[in-house]
Design a protein around this ligand. Structure first.
Ligand code: ATP
Length: 492
């Protein structure tokens, strides 16, 4: 798919114009890296989250949901390594105020009292998190953009810090969580003790995460407040899972166990992206090589998407081993061992983690759905959203809003559809604002797959016109057959 140059601007503009997403704190000039979801953006987001929850939690027997608090004791982030390592070495130009990652600059540019302060980045931090300095080694000394003096390098931790309670002491320090994952690790024992699940099983959570990104950019792609959908899937560790057969041969079942589940989540991820309507050819898998993975990961696949600004990470799938559970056991003194009744042994389970960013996924969905074409000699813009996630499934119009008999009939259609569609979580809209052409344009931009119009013929024939968003074609359908028609054509 050829991505247009100004596609991002068009998406951002449509999102604001049609009540999907607004810039955060806009009336005071905006707050970089924060966005507010309006009525339709929220509906789209909820639909995507619902699909995810259905596929990964409700449709399975081995998955349990949870919703952890955003603030946790600082010990959680010490054990996980975030307090120490979730940081970038940052330098700032005193003149143009541009910021750079110090370890990407030629050391001759840096104003270092202690060169040891520029430490290599943890693997989990990707290079595009910051404004990179480029490869300009011809100019030494100072900022690559304007030659200004660079500040001394400092480690910049991306966690938002706060204090719990009235005292601002060190012991009251807490952080807005930078990932939802730790809430699930911290509750592993509670889950085992209360639900008694058998391995393998998973904990799933959808919730907000916060990262004080140095350079938030590309609309919903890199923000400072975002939502994640994460699973921690617990499996038997390698050594425990391997078995010796009666004939003395060994099966390396340990590998099979985590690899089997890794492969399963890999294909489930592909299936999920298909179900929200991402074109297959725009989703790619990147096997993250040795040396570039996070310190806790033995295998990682990044699912990448062809965004309008290039191919970038959309979601991740990692084999986290027992890194987190062991770290929490060590740091808290609470035993995290699982008693495997079948194998009659205790161990700390290993973990497979599929991790999705909701907002980033919405941007992928919006950028692949955004379409411009010509209809009846006029240019039009529409969102070709899958009916499964479209914020409005069906819009109902009376042809004229000042004809009571049309309004009455349209209301009857609307009310009867509403009760069934809303029961299944789908939204139906009433629209009588402006002429029909305007209403079609509005619903096209919202991505509503069907528009139903009640006209004068409807009063006599008990039928309506149903217009298809993608083709613009209109069909007359008996009111009594509407439900079946929408089910068949809308796939919902
Ligand atoms: P990136 O390298 O793009 O910063 P990451 O590898 O740090 O991402 P993870 O820690 O693996 O990201 O987080 C899992 C998912 O959360 C990502 O795949 C992405 O979808 C989402 N995510 C991470 N950071 C952000 C952000 N700043 N804004 C929006 N979504 C994010």
């Amino acid at each position: 798919m050829v991505k247009e140059e100004n596609l991002m601007e068009k998406i951002v503009s449509l999102c604001k114009r049609r009540g999907f997403v607004f810039p955060g704190s806009e009336i005071y000039g905006g707050l970089s890296g924060f966005f507010d979801y309006g009525h339709y953006g929220l509906a789209l987001k909820e639909n995507v989250k619902r699909l995810w929850w259905k596929q990964f939690v409700l449709d399975r027997e081995d998955m349990f949901g949870m919703d952890a608090a955003i603030l946790m004791r600082q010990e959680v982030w010490q054990a996980s390594g975030h307090a120490e390592g979730f940081s970038d070495p940052l330098v700032e130009c005193e003149k143009c105020k541009h910021r750079f990652r110090a370890d990407q600059l030629d050391s001759s540019r840096l104003n270092l009292k202690d060169p040891k302060k520029v430490q290599p980045l943890p693997a989990r931090l990707q290079p595009d998190k910051v404004i990179l300095a480029g490869n300009d080694s011809s100019r030494s000394g100072g900022c690559p953009d304007c030659g200004g003096k660079l500040s001394e390098a400092r480690q910049f931790n991306m966690m938002f810090k706060t204090h719990v309670g009235a005292e601002e002491s060190d012991t009251a320090v807490s952080y807005l969580r930078p990932e939802t994952a730790q809430g699930m690790f911290a509750n592993f024992k509670n889950t085992v003790d209360s639900l008694h699940p058998k391995l393998p099983f998973g904990l799933a959570q959808i919730g907000k995460a916060f990262r004080n990104e140095i350079a938030p950019r590309d609309f919903l792609f890199r923000t400072r407040e975002f939502e994640q959908m994460e699973i921690e899937y617990f499996v038997r560790p390698p050594k425990v899972a391997s078995r010796t057969h009666v004939d003395g041969t060994q099966t390396n079942a340990e590998q099979e166990e985590w690899e089997r589940h890794f492969e399963e989540f890999r294909s489930e991820t592909v299936k999920f992206f298909e179900s929200v309507g991402l074109p297959k050819e725009d989703v790619h898998e990147l096997e993250v090589p040795d040396g570039e993975r996070a310190h806790y990961s033995k295998r990682t696949i990044d699912f990448e998407f062809d965004f309008p600004f290039g191919r970038k990470e959309l979601s991740g799938l990692a084999y986290r081993t027992d890194f987190d559970l062991s770290a929490h056991q060590k740091n808290s003194g609470v035993p995290f061992e699982y008693l495997d009744e079948e194998l009659k042994t205790k161990f700390i389970p290993h973990v497979i983690e599929p991790s999705f960013g909701v907002d980033r996924l919405l941007l992928a969905v919006l950028s692949s759905a955004y379409t411009e074409d010509e209809m009846n000699g006029e240019k039009r813009t529409f969102l070709k959203l899958s009916p499964k996630i479209a914020p409005v499934k069906v819009a109902v119009f009376p042809l004229l809003k000042n004809k009571p008999e049309l309004v009455k009939k349209a209301r009857e259609v609307y009310d009867s559809l509403r009760s069934t569609l809303h029961a299944t979580g789908y939204t139906i809209a009433w629209d009588d604002n402006g002429n029909i052409g305007k209403r079609y344009r509005r619903q096209d931009e919202i991505g509503s797959p069907f528009c139903i119009t009640v006209d004068f013929d409807s009063l006599e024939k008990d039928d309506v016109t149903v217009r298809d968003r993608d083709t613009g074609k209109q069909e007359r359908v008996q009111i009594s057959e509407l439900q079946g028609y929408l089910k068949k054509h809308g796939n919902f």
